[in-house]
Design a protein around this ligand. Structure first.
Ligand code: 6PG
Length: 471
């Protein structure tokens, strides 16, 4: 190894880590990796091709000594205990002023705890959400750093170089104080769950009610991807329908077990939204649907017990049109909920997030990138105080012109026994959010009736209680 020190260090040479570090070296920064697995170290050195540019070692001291100071060390290891173990093992080798960046999907309170712990030792620490999967890590992810702003500035040139670009603009920006980076990534994933659920429901309708073949499904999603629904998730969905089964006859999608796994970020988004008191039903139901999907054995028994209505005949072209409009409507509502949560969390946790900046760096690189995000960015730039995307003047027409299709499709699906909970939750959220009067006055009356919980009135100030039961 030459004496020249490397610009950037990365711990965890799994799929994401290896791709990220190669991306760093593609962008003319030298990088050194570390993993305890010799095979992963060897694989990186071989793929890197030039040890002066990208190198790696299983030995932690060799790794730390190879880095220029202040050391910039990114962790791309599974969230949870392993992050703490890696940090603990690094500490004895580091100098004051060195920087550790957690690039995994860590829970935001863990990031705050680690930040406080490392600050005592004079080591900078911040969390940075990284989205885009393996390909994104290699070719340009969307990166969501938060926390120590001074430390971020040191890493900023590297992150800006490796990130995805939207019309030349890097898809990375400082998200806010403390654990803002991990928090923003968590909500990104919550939205990701919501959009994936919606996309799969529409597939179900097109297949079960419209009888679309995989070829037709491919064509439909591919066409949608040319229009206002253009997005990474619609694009890969179109692609999925073309994949043949390499282990047998037919198409792969039809052979995949319908039980969706999860690593927890969607659930965290929902749980935290409940804590904040912010409704995100399109995300909640996406988590619940993964849970229902896991009950495969019970679902098979129940299916036999109850059966299903036969879907009413529907014109295929009409169904495709309704589906496109309904999906567009529900995508908007799902982004609206996630961004509402971020708006509130930013205040609650003192992150200082700029929602327009978040939407801006989601326009490319990340899993939820979509043409819609350009409009969302504009809406928050026009009004940085926007409480909810549905209140943005530019979105009123987009929503009013598509909501009727969502209504028709939800009604049709209900009559046909096809579950569309993401779509119906998005519609119900919309109908509730846009109702100046809800029946929750009755709930207040009930609460006061049985528990003397009191109520407020429409026509006068104050707190009231009524003796409801006649003596
Ligand atoms: C990304 C993704 C990624 C996430 C996977 C899997 O932005 O690149 O969000 O970080 O880990 O999507 O999540 P689940 O296993 O929970 O579906």
């Amino acid at each position: 190894m030459s004496d020249k020190k490397y610009d950037f260090g990365l711990v965890g040479l799994g799929v994401m880590g290896r791709n990220f570090i190669l991306n760093v070296s593609d962008n003319n920064f030298t990088a050194f990796g570390h993993d305890t697995d010799q095979e992963k170290v060897d694989a990186l050195i071989e793929e890197g091709g030039n040890a002066q540019k990208v190198n790696a070692s299983t030995d932690l001291k060799t790794f730390v000594d190879a880095l220029s100071v202040p050391r910039k060390i990114m962790l791309l290891v599974p969230a949870g205990k392993i992050v703490d173990i890696v940090i603990e093992s690094l500490i004895p080798h580091l100098d004051k002023g060195d920087i550790i960046i957690d690039g995994g999907n860590s829970f935001y309170t863990d990031t705050d705890r680690r930040d406080a712990y490392l600050e005592e030792k004079g080591i900078h620490f911040f969390g940075a959400g990284v989205s885009g999967g393996a390909k994104g890590a290699r070719k340009g992810p969307s990166i969501m750093p938060g926390g120590d702003a001074e430390a971020y500035k040191v890493v900023q040139p590297i992150f800006e170089a490796v990130s995805a670009k939207y019309k030349g603009e890097p898809c990375v920006a400082y998200m806010g104080r403390k654990s803002a980076g991990n928090y923003v990534k968590m909500v990104h994933n919550g939205i990701e769950y919501g959009l994936m659920q919606l996309t799969s429901e529409i597939y179900d309708l097109l297949k079960k009610a419209g009888g679309l073949t995989n070829e037709e499904l491919h064509k439909t999603y591919a066409e949608w991807n040319e229009g206002r629904l253009q997005s990474f998730l619609v694009e890969i969905t179109a692609d999925i329908f073309t994949e043949k089964d390499d282990k047998g006859e037919g198409d792969l999608v039809d052979k995949i077990l319908d039980k969706a796994k999860q690593k927890g970020t969607g659930k965290w988004t929902s749980q935290n939204a409940m804590d904040l008191g912010i409704p995100v039903p399109s995300i909640d139901i996406a988590v619940s649907m993964r849970e229902i999907s896991a009950l495969k054995d019970e679902r098979i028994i129940a299916d036999e017990l109850y059966g299903k209505p036969t879907p009413e005949a529907i014109d295929k072209a009409e169904l495709i049109k309704l589906a496109e409009e309904a999906l567009y409507f529900a995508y908007i509502v799902t982004y609206a909920q996630g961004l509402h949560q971020l708006t509130d969390a930013s205040k609650e946790y003192d992150y200082g997030c700029d929602i327009a900046v978040i939407a801006k760096i989601w326009r490319a690189g990340c899993i939820i990138r979509a043409a819609l995000l350009a409009d969302i960015t504009d809406a928050y730039n026009d009004n940085p105080e926007l409480k909810n995307l549905l209140l943005a003047p530019a979105f009123v027409e987009k929503v009013t012109s598509t909501v009727d299709s969502a209504r028709n499709l939800v009604a049709y699906a209900a009559k046909s026994g096809i579950p569309v909970p993401g779509l119906s939750n998005s519609l119900t959220y919309f109908d509730a959010y846009t109702s100046s009067r809800l029946p929750l006055n009755l709930i207040q009356a009930q609460r006061d009736y049985f528990g003397s919980h009191t109520y407020e009135r429409l026509d006068m100030e104050g707190i009231f209680h009524t003796e409801w039961e006649a003596e």
